[in-house]
Each structure stands twice: as C-alpha cells, then as structure tokens.
Design a protein around this ligand. Sequence first.
Ligand SMILES: [Zn+2]
Length: 294
Amino acid sequence: MTFREDADISGRRKATTGGRGGRIAAGGGIGSLLLIGLFLLMGGNPGDIGQMIGGGNQAQLPGGQTSELEHCNTPEDGNIHADCRVDYTAGAVDQMWETLLPEQAGIEYVPPGRVVFQGATQSGCGQASAATGPFYCPADQSAYFDVSFFDQLDQLGGTNSPLAQMYIVAHEFGHHIQQLEGTLSLSNYNDPGADSNAVKIELQADCYAGIWVSHADKGEGAWLEPVTREQVASAIDTARAVGDDNIQQRSGGQVRPDTWTHGSSEQRQSAFITGYNEGTMAACDTLDRGVYRS
Ligand SMILES: [Zn+2]
C-alpha cells in the first residue's frame, strides 16, 4: 500500500503529536482487550469496566506538548514512517468525506482533530497511553493514535500492514462521522452484547473504513496507488483480529457474546467487506436509520 508520488498532501490538516505521563482514556477504541487488560493490571474490579469505558467524557481540552510532524513532507515519507502514514491517511480520509458526507447524508463535513502520540497524552476523554489503543474522543472531537499500538496487531493474529494501519485510522474517523450524524452517543458500553448499539456503532465504523478503502485509489486526486487484493486481505485480517471473540480467546477468557462492545471477528470482517464492496453509507446502515442517499 503506497501513497502516490504525485499525491497532493500539501493541503492536509496536519496532525499534532503529544507525549506526557498519564493513565487511561475512554472512547470509541478499535478493540476492548487493551483497555480491559490495563484496567485489570491496575487492580480494577472487572464489574466496573463497563462503567469506566462507557462513562464520563468530561470536557477538557487536550493538554500535553504538541508539535508538527516535521519529518512528514513528501508522499514517500508516508510509505516509510508509520506516524506520517497516519497523518496522510487522515488527510485522505478527510478528502473523501468532504464529498461523500454531504452527498449521501446531507451533512457538512468538519474534520476531526487528530493527535499522533507516543507513550501517553492528554485527551478530552482523559489520559491516553499506548495500552489504550487508537480511539476517538467525542468530547474534543479528536482521534488519537499511538503508532506503537500497531505492533500489537501481529500478536492479536492480525497483519500489521500499511493498509491495516490505514483501516484503523479510517475506523476512528468513522466514529467522527457518527458524531457529526448525532448517533455516536447511542453506543453504550454499559449495555453490551452482540446485537447492542455499541456493536452496531463499531460495525458501522468498520463499514465506513471499508468505504474509504474503496474510494482511496479512485479518481483524479487519489492519494493511493491501486489497492491490491493482498492489501485488502491484510486489512480484513486485522478487522478479524480485533473482534471481541478473538480478543476474549487470546486473553484466556471465555467467549461471551453478551459482553461484546465491538462485535465478533465475523461481524467486523463482514462489515468492512460490505463497506469496501458497496462504497456507500446506505450499505453501512447498521442502525437501520434509512436516511442515506447514494
Ligand atoms: Zn471503534
């Protein structure tokens, strides 16, 4: 998966970087394992997990130091450095939604904040660390990415490929789309389960990520070289890997669909594929709202 040499990255809204000591954040993350694992390590009561993950997004502006990603200057830098890849992918995802969201949902696209951090950073949803995984914080409408998280994709049985990393970026931006649609708050980790709103919201974000992949190599201003089957397969692998059943199995626990917040491997894979094959918001209508035109 490569950025085209002639991709016009100059107009993108640049990510900021941050790093500071800290604890944990709540928000629409890519998967459940890391939050829960960290929480238990910290001596938390498993019964409180839902409350912590779903609860209290107190409004609070991001603190910590921020700076430009000054080594991300050419498209090629996005093929070399994971943080530049995240930054550019965010720009490419912006570009698609600027057109698609008004067209298909009648909503103006306002880009989210994006923060690439290492170690730990402050978010509007609390302190985030590498163990938190990538997440979207509705309180400050920003997506947070610690690129060191990508190394864990292999451990989860996924594939840490460039397109898999891009899928994760596009998934978190999918939560921002839901925020703009006014539906993200329907997700409630206190009310989990395979058919829960929490899962429907996550599957829709996977589907929205699939939409982006289907558009990313098309048209005049496309930023990506043609996406290959192998690359798509690697993103699908990763969508499977972050399924709740896979994560529960790998963490040595029982597979319990009544506790799911993100969906099974099968559900997540199929949501991504649907978005990729159909390329429309209507195909991703997991909440059955029937409001999209395509
Ligand atoms: Zn998510």
